[in-house]
Design a protein around this ligand. Structure first.
Ligand code: SAM
Length: 253
């Protein structure tokens, strides 16, 4: 049952989505005004009607809805890349993950969702303005209980003594290798997301010094080709999100 203070996703007849917090206030849309107080006591899947008699379906938002609607600072990690990070590194409930930089907090939200209420995500960020945006986004997603944002340059060191995994989205992941060797548990993954090929090259040049500590590396790029499904024709969409980044996985021995 929906209660005051809950986050709710509303979908109109055109498929437009609205993320709202349930309260006694009014919510204005181009399809009419909604009295959000009418949501209290409803079940997800029911509808709410605007003063112009337009129906809105009421759903429980998931993390993709939160990420789509949250405030952005820097570019976020796309869900296709977040998915493979979680899957290939085997990030699991109860894990402790060290992340940097937090940016807008999108990848942090995926990580926090995967580690669950008994896990921890410790996210280093060197810019205070981005840390503030990410903190709000993490609160919006309901994960403040398991995420700690640290205002610190991770190249200078990792304060924690233990990590199941280290996940990086910053320009020079090779600078974190010496710290990772100290804190990463055997079997844990070091994951680096980098948009450019020369970053991957630079990483592997530096990696030579540390390779005895890691199982053989794996570098992937994820391409998702969405399909257009129409009554008479099903085919790939003519446009797609092509390159986002390279993802490097190395596993600690
Ligand atoms: N993964 C994030 C997301 O999905 O929202 C986006 C990360 S953004 C592309 C890169 C972030 O790394 C920026 O916020 C930047 O300030 C931060 N950063 C860069 N170098 C850093 C460092 N040495 N230590 C901590 N944060 C760093």
């Amino acid at each position: 049952m929906i209660r005051e203070g809950d986050k709710v996703l509303l979908i109109d007849r055109r498929g437009k989505r609205y993320l709202v917090t349930v309260s006694e206030r009014e919510f204005h849309t181009d399809l009419g005004i909604l009295k959000l107080g009418e949501l209290i006591g409803k079940e997800y899947g029911e509808t709410i009607v605007s003063h112009r008699n337009e129906e809105f379906r009421v759903l429980k938002p998931d993390i993709n809805d939160i990420i789509a609607k949250m405030k952005r600072g820097p570019q976020i990690v796309h869900p296709k890349d977040a998915g493979i990070i979680l899957a290939y590194a085997g990030i699991s409930p109860g894990d402790t993950v060290i992340e940097a930089g937090v940016g807008s907090g999108a990848l942090t939200i995926f990580l926090a969702n995967a580690v669950g209420p008994n896990g921890r995500v410790i996210s280093y960020e060197r810019r205070e303005d981005f840390a503030r945006i990410a903190q709000k986004n993490i609160e919006l997603a309901g994960f403040s209980d398991r995420v700690t944002i640290k205002l610190k340059n991770i190249y200078e060191g990792i304060d924690e003594e233990y990590a199941d995994h280290i996940v990086l989205d910053l320009p020079q992941p090779e600078n974190v290798l010496p710290h990772a060797v100290e804190v990463l548990r055997p079997g844990g993954y070091f994951v680096a997301y980098t948009p450019c090929m020369n970053q991957v090259h630079r990483f592997f040049q530096a990696f030579q010094e540390y390779k005895e500590h890691f199982y053989k590396p794996r570098v992937v790029e994820v391409l998702v080709r969405e399909q257009e499904v129409k009554k008479e024709c099903m085919r790939p969409k003519t446009t797609m999100l092509a390159h986002t980044g390279y993802i490097t996985f190395i596993r600690k021995l």
